[in-house]
Write a protein that binds this ligand. Structure first.
Ligand code: ADP
Ligand code: MG
Length: 483
């Protein structure tokens, strides 16, 4: 692979389809929902009965504008719908309504990690289009089954410029898009369920050449890993062709999940045979500034902004910030907690350590976690003021509070007798007893074996049931041993 890339540049352009989570479909009032019983959301418009007319759903356009603003696109003030003609049994109209000449967004970019540096991937456009229905061909039924629930549901297609240069960049771009989709809440971004789909256009060119090579398009991959596998497979396949003096056939190829290989499906000519034309049933849409401003006002802080903010203003390491910024729900929880305690680093440690384990154990997400930011802040304060040790707080107090989240942390710590004792007289007595019970070790310590301090500490902790304040205990033991 490495020697291939010394000879050729990889060029990838991605076309990413994002299913939008609006209540209803793009041009009909039918419910836009996943998993309903087949053909239950199918009005005459969806089924393309003669004489029916489409009516644009304003919130679809707002969602597309929102994504456009999130990736720095120019939002069109004038946008139109076109027909893309082709026949397919799950496309009842015989054409797909999409946007060709005047898409809702132009330009835009996303910065992604590439090795040790940052690569800016530019976008050509984002357009709105409708999805097709779903055909299934299973062994159980004779013939094919058609479910039109998905027909006419809204998608945006995000088209990058051909400037992605590694499988790593492609993967990072898709990860970032999925994060943005979820942060700004325009879709669920679930690749396995097909609500985020990706076609990859892949070509090679002689290293340094400014002329693009012939590309293939790999359709409909359902995971980021598969997109990367397909790219790597094409690097091998195309370079072998080019090395042998052959040309790469411009075609659409499918990806085989089991073998990791791509196989030819249909050749695609340069010229479009879709015969696009403006849809006569749909008027052009004028998008004025106040509409754009309204949508802008609903944009939350974006994943890359949260990532920077957590490092610049909350003292988190890049590693911690990456984890917290990964999901909006996590960063919301973090920010909420910072309003109640200033121990930012501790909040991150709790979220990445004990809380994450607790979530994993019960297989839930942070938004469903019963220990809310107020309660976490109380726990953190108890630890920060040395009232409860971190180990007691994480292994005993937190699990108890998960069972009874209505209690305050202090109340629970008292009830469970987890409060570290401030009673120095009591502690001194315990330490003296421990030292007296091990005169040989005490002598050894005095004559220089300072490493024994830990052993005494362990004994004292055992005697106090872990409730002694470790800092105070440590200091007292050292003092009393020197006596
Ligand atoms: P089409 O209309 O055939 O889909 P586009 O020009 O809209 O073609 O490009 C589709 C995608 O293919 C874009 O993401 C673009 O970046 C990518 N692309 C175009 N040419 C190449 C190439 N030579 N190598 C890799 N990707 C390419
Ligand atoms: Mg295309």
């Amino acid at each position: 692979m490495k020697d291939i890339l010394e000879k050729y540049d990889l060029v990838v352009g991605l076309e990413i389809h994002v299913q939008l989570n609006t209540e209803s479909k793009l041009f009909a009032a039918d419910k836009n929902s996943f998993g309903d019983s087949p053909n239950s959301n199918v009005s005459p418009i969806t089924l393309a009965h003669p004489g029916t007319l489409p009516k644009p759903n304003k919130s679809v356009i707002s969602h597309a504008i929102k994504m456009g603003l999130a990736i720095n696109c120019d939002i069109a003030s004038y946008t139109t719908f076109d027909r893309k003609n082709y026949f397919y049994p799950d496309l009842p109209k015989g054409y797909q309504t999409t946007q060709d000449q005047h898409p809702i967004c132009r330009g835009g970019y996303i910065d992604v990690k590439s090795g040790d540096s940052i690569k800016r991937v530019n976008f050509n456009r984002i357009h709105i289009e409708e999805d097709a229905g779903k055909s299934s061909h299973d062994a159980e039924h004779e013939g094919s089954l058609l479910d039109y629930n998905r027909a006419g549901t809204p998608l945006i297609e995000m088209v990058t410029e051909p400037e992605i240069s590694s499988a790593e960049e492609a993967g990072n771009l898709l990860t970032e898009i999925r994060k943005i989709v979820r942060y700004i809440n325009v879709g669920d971004g679930n690749m396995e369920q097909g609500s985020l789909r990706c076609d990859a256009n892949i070509s090679l060119k002689p290293k340094g050449s400014d002329q693009l090579g012939k590309r293939v398009e790999i359709k409909n991959m359902n995971s980021i890993r598969n997109v990367q596998r397909a790219i790597n497979h094409e690097i091998e396949r195309q370079s072998a062709l080019l090395d042998a003096g052959k040309t790469v056939l411009q075609e659409t190829r499918g990806f085989n999940d089991d073998t990791g290989a791509t196989t030819g499906q249909r050749t695609k000519e340069e010229a479009n045979d879709y015969r696009y034309f403006p849809c006569p049933d749909l008027l052009p849409i004028h998008v004025n500034e106040s509409w754009v401003a309204q949508v802008k006002a609903t944009l939350p802080k974006l994943p890359h902004e949260v990532l920077a903010d957590l490092q610049d203003n909350y003292e988190l390491s890049a590693y911690d910030a990456e984890i917290i910024a990964d999901q909006k729900e996590l960063s919301d929880y973090f920010y909420e907690t910072t309003k109640l305690t200033k121990h930012y680093k501790r909040i991150a440690n709790w979220m990445i350590g004990p809380i994450k384990s607790a979530l994993n154990d019960s297989n839930i997400e942070i938004q469903d976690f019963v220990v809310k930011p107020t309660l976490l802040a109380e726990i953190i304060e108890l630890v920060a003021t040395d009232k409860v040790s971190f180990s007691m707080a994480s292994t005993r107090l937190l699990p108890a509070l998960i069972q009874s989240p209505d209690k305050s942390a202090l109340e629970m710590a008292k009830q469970m007798e987890l409060l570290q004792s401030d009673d120095q007289d009591e502690l001194v007595k315990t330490i003296e007893a421990v030292i007296a019970s091990m005169p040989d070790k005490a002598k050894a310590y005095k004559s220089g074996k300072k490493g024994l301090l830990g052993m005494f500490m362990g004994e004292v902790m055992k005697k106090t049931g872990g409730k002694a304040n470790p800092k105070v205990a440590n200091k007292l033991i050292a003092e009393l041993l020197e006596k």
